[in-house]
Design a protein around this ligand. Structure first.
Ligand code: F6P
Length: 430
């Protein structure tokens, strides 16, 4: 079987570990493994140029701008050629096939978004931040025309299984693609650009999703890939802020990411000893909330605290769903309490950088499970999302998880905060 793996949507620490685990466990199970560069955008663009000759040794790192930051090979001299099969093993500095040392060919990735990879291509990827195969928020894949091009490109390469690591938007896109697959194949048949024989062997698209997101906002899984690293990053930042805040006896408002989920804010607040935390799912109990905030901070100061740390999730809001902004909180503390206050927006420092241990272990276990789910997939079985619940790696129907996640957003919008928190299903937010 030929399986392709892609990362999609916002990057998160641990995505490379997913790719590594998927590629290597696929190879161990006898599959031919491929990566899709630049997320769904790469699927839509496909491979515009023929595979290079074995003799064309090309330094991948020196390729065109299209390649910048997206080179899947860390070592251009060590790229297996298209003819290498799944039974690759590698020794020190050279690839071995069937136990025999081989010199290794290379190929260009320019104009090629769907690329065959071998065991050695993902060496050391467990500890790399971001996603080395690139990601994108693809507008073209949202249109049927784009998905038709994607289907064409996969069939052309003989790929009939896809593993996607991304957030709920990306995984929903994947499921739409899968459900449309038969009609896409029919359209390709009508177009007559692909042989009937090829189409016949692609009547079913096997698909599996892994949740890569720093927000930890997906229902039916306890943890999303990248969230533990992001919390770690935030709590380190708070440690740094603490010392300068203490020195000047200042207040700091720290804005963290998370979209409409307060998980990062709450956990970082607990880890960093925050005085007050604003999250979307649990607005301050009364409106206006400023008096309560000031009373709380005053109390802490009266107890002898020299510094004040307030964490505000980027999606924080009041009981009327009006956004609560860091700058506004700063003004409140400055004007009402006379505190010397600063705002720190952590931004993408929360998302980048090397994954913590959990974001290596979790994607490795889940990547292996995803390959198994693909191999067991049959027409009629649901598309699974690989999750973790109560310390067990799980498979749940993807659309069930997406629907439950959307339900939380609906509950928040209708101001049913208690049920929104319950629906998040997390002890930390309950
Ligand atoms: O979903 C991950 C996330 O980092 C959110 O926390 C944040 O709101 C968003 O992506 C930022 O997106 P971008 O990198 O496109 O600005």
């Amino acid at each position: 079987m030929k399986i392709a793996v892609a990362t999609s949507g916002g990057d998160s620490a641990g995505m490379n570990a997913v790719v590594r685990a998927v590629v290597r466990s696929g190879i161990l199970k006898g599959c031919e493994m491929w990566v899709v560069r630049e997320g769904y955008e790469g699927l839509v663009r496909g491979n515009s140029q023929a595979v290079q000759n074995e003799g064309d040794l090309i330094n991948v790192a020196a390729q065109s701008a299209a390649m910048d930051g997206a080179a899947i090979m860390k070592d251009a001299d060590h790229v297996p050629d298209q003819n290498l099969t799944h039974n690759l093993r590698f020794g020190d500095g050279e690839l071995l096939k069937d136990g025999t040392a081989e010199s290794v060919g290379g190929r260009t990735l320019k104009g090629r978004y769907i690329v065959r990879v071998g065991w050695d291509d993902v060496r050391g990827w467990y500890s790399q931040g971001g996603t080395l195969i690139g990601t994108a928020r693809s507008a073209s894949f949202r249109a049927r025309e784009g998905r038709l091009a994607a289907a064409h490109n996969l069939v052309k390469e003989g790929i009939n299984a896809l593993i996607v690591c991304g957030g709920d938007g990306s995984l929903t896109g994947a499921d739409i693609f899968r459900s449309e697959w038969p009609s896409l194949i029919q359209e390709l048949r009508d177009e007559g650009t692909i042989s009937e024989e090829q189409l016949q062997s692609h009547t079913h698209l096997r698909l599996c999703g892994l949740v890569g997101s720093i927000d930890n906002d997906m229902s039916l899984t306890d943890l999303t890939i990248g969230a533990p690293t992001a919390v770690h990053r935030i709590s380190e930042a708070i440690d740094n802020i603490n010392s300068t805040a203490y020195s000047h006896s200042r207040a700091f408002i720290v804005e963290v990411m998370g979209r409409d989920c307060g998980w990062l804010a709450i956990l970082a607040g607990v880890a960093g000893g925050a005085d007050f935390i604003f999250i979307p799912e649990r607005p301050p109990k009364v409106n206006p909330w400023e008096d309560d905030l000031c009373a709380e901070i005053k109390k802490h100061r009266a107890l002898g605290k020299r510094k004040t740390i307030i964490i505000v999730a980027e999606g924080a809001q009041d009981l009327d769903l009006k956004p609560i902004r860091a700058e506004y909180i700063k003004d409140v503390l400055t004007e009402r309490l006379g505190l010397d206050t600063r705002v720190t927006t952590l931004g993408h420092t929360q998302r980048g950088g090397p994954p913590c241990a959990m974001d290596r272990i979790l994607p490795t276990l889940q990547g292996v499970e995803a390959v198994e789910a693909i191999l067991e997939s049959k027409p009629g079985t649901p598309t699974y999302m690989i999750g973790i619940q109560e310390n067990k790696i799980t498979r749940v129907p993807l659309m069930q998880a997406v629907e439950a996640t959307r339900n939380v957003a609906r509950l928040i919008k209708s101001k049913d905060f208690d049920n929104a928190l319950a629906a998040r299903g997390s002890d930390f937010l309950g």
